[in-house]
Design a protein around this ligand. Structure first.
Ligand SMILES: *Cc1c(COP(=O)(O)O)cnc(C)c1O
Length: 454
């Protein structure tokens, strides 16, 4: 067999023509979204008030394994995909490990992350439905940036509620979004009822994702011709992100490579759900086995310390309830947490798979994550996003174990994005001003007590 190149590229003709819907192969389907008032499963009609119609169908589709990617979305994908699958030869050498490390790099577009894969799909369906625009929230700003790009492409209006602390700390992110034509409002804001309420209760708050979601939903529901779109957590987003896994698998298959373990960072679960999709499908169908590892921050440990329960997706409790691993919708990571992945919950699909024992989860402290980020930058050249660096950290740990045992494991991990807008966090790390706050059991119990009584 020919030697494996540093980068395995696919031809345009080898790009996936359909998304893979993991749920079709799950025996235990993810629990349905519930109406927060009646606690009954949300109907398509109810969801249609908030989300675009076609996306509602995708959200509720637990049966079709493949959903065709419309040609216009495939054309857009061609501008920045297929993304490279890289063999981390330099990192392997540095670690002196017999492990073979591969990473799928999704930071090769202007938004700098995998989020564009779903943003373009969501904007497409909004346009097709004849909508004027969409609203959303953004935390660190990657999703807002991706959505702004997608909306610009389809000439849709884009209103972004940006968590206030990020709005202030990341002015350049904000300007990128405005360059693509989006309007950006710091959240909580005085533009919504829920924003006013949160500001009255917590004056001076720097905001949270859960709060920005409530504001974006309120504006979407109250504005003619607008719907709300979300960049993670939902089934539809995992579906769109399956292009990551499908491309990775196609590239590895070319060289007959089968990973032993697949590692991804987990915020709301979209990149991980997408990366593992075709591999998990094989696992669910009993055709192959893989170790699958979700990596989350020790300061926001939904999988490893959360409860598997119905919870609100947002602070304002206006969104449907989702059954997921959650820390409670009021949970906000400590202010010193700089590594992203700060959402209190987790994808229902991944939560069910984790609950059923199909995957593992580990949490890592942030200084160790930045050490791994720096080591990766210095060997592989790419400046990784802090979020992605959670996966790097565990990939390096696993490769080091192989160095000790002599095992030649094949590791695949998701490198979800670049970190150019995260230099304040890197600066803190370099100046020794970063520490590892880990919430106590008492703190977590306080938020868990706010889970809705079912
Ligand atoms: C948003 C983001 C994540 C986390 O989101 P998931 O939905 O869990 O994938 C990870 N990495 C980057 C670069 C991101 O922008």
């Amino acid at each position: 067999m020919s030697e494996i190149p540093y980068k395995i590229y696919l031809d345009e003709s080898e790009m996936p023509k359909a998304w893979y819907n993991l749920r079709a192969d799950m025996k235990n389907k993810p629990a349905p979204l519930l109406n927060p008032g009646t606690h009954q499963p949300m109907t398509a009609a109810e969801l249609g008030g908030v989300f675009c119609d076609e996306l509602v169908q995708q959200e509720l589709n637990d049966t079709d394994p493949f959903i065709e990617i419309p040609q216009e979305i495939r054309n857009f994908y061609k501008m920045y995909r297929p993304s490279p699958l890289v063999r981390a030869y330099c990192l392997e050498k540095k670690l002196n490990t017999p492990a073979k490390i591969y990473y799928k790099f999704e930071g090769n577009n202007t938004s700098g992350s995998h989020k564009l894969n779903s943003a373009i799909a969501q904007a497409y369906y909004a346009k097709k439905q004849g909508l004027k625009g969409v609203t959303t929230e953004t935390g660190a700003g990657q999703w807002g940036t991706a959505l702004s790009m997608a909306c610009a492409y389809f000439d849709l209006d884009c209103k972004v509620f940006m968590v206030k602390v990020s709005y202030e700390q990341k002015p350049f992110r904000r300007e990128v979004m405005r360059t693509y034509g989006a309007s950006v409002t710091p959240s909580p804001s005085m533009e919504t009822e829920i924003g006013k309420k949160i500001l009255a209760e917590h004056p001076g708050t720097t905001g949270s994702l859960g709060c920005a979601i409530s504001e974006a939903v309120e504006v979407a529901v109250g504005s003619e011709g607008y719907r709300y779109v979300l960049g993670s957590v939902l089934n539809q987003v995992l579906l769109h992100q399956s292009v990551i896994g499908l491309e990775s698998k196609a590239a590895l298959d070319k060289y007959g490579v089968k990973p032993d373990m697949i590692i991804g960072c987990a915020g709301g679960g979209s990149n991980l759900g997408g990366l593992i999709a075709p591999f998990m499908g094989e696992k669910l169908r009993g055709e192959a086995d893989y170790r699958i590892i979700a990596v989350e921050p020790a300061s926001c440990p939904s999988f490893t310390r959360g409860k598997f329960a119905y919870d609100f997706c947002d602070t304002g409790m206006v969104c449907p309830l989702a059954k997921m691993y959650t820390l409670g919708s009021g949970f906000i990571p400590a202010p010193n947490h700089a590594g992203g992945l700060r959402y209190h919950g987790m994808s229902s699909t991944l939560s069910q798979l984790y609950h059923d024992g199909y995957m593992e989860a580990v949490s890592v402290p942030q200084t160790a994550v930045f050490e791994a980020a720096e080591q990766f930058a210095r060997t592989e050249g790419i400046l990784p996003a802090p979020e992605s660096s959670h996966a790097i950290k565990v990939a390096i740990d696993e490769a080091k174990k192989c160095a000790e045992t002599g095992e030649e494991k094949t590791i695949l991990f998701g490198l979800t994005g670049t970190g150019y807008f995260d230099m304040v966090a890197y600066e803190k790390f370099h100046d020794g001003k970063m520490d590892d706050y880990i919430p106590t059991d008492e703190e977590l119990a306080k938020y868990a007590a706010t889970l809705p009584k079912m």
